[in-house]
Design a protein around this ligand. Structure first.
Ligand SMILES: [Zn+2]
Length: 66
């Protein structure tokens, strides 16, 4: 028995096997798409990155190549 909570509709679900819940942690494809839509909407957008981007040394080197 596997239990999980759908992040979209907040419902608890119990399935016999993991294979029975292909959309886990979502209960269905619909809930997965709803979550994806929130991301695209910007609702989950992270305002600031946790750490600054490392300098792109590799890109500069490639550009300097003659
Ligand atoms: Zn759901």
């Amino acid at each position: 028995m596997v239990a999980f909570q759908c992040p979209t509709c907040r419902q608890m679900f119990h399935v016999e096997r993991r294979e029975d819940a292909p959309w886990r942690p979502f209960c269905s494809q619909r809930c997965k798409l709803v979550d994806l839509g929130r991301w695209l909407d910007g609702s989950y957008r992270i305002s600031e990155p946790l750490s600054p981007q490392p300098p792109t040394v590799g890109a500069e080197k490639e550009a300097a190549e003659d």
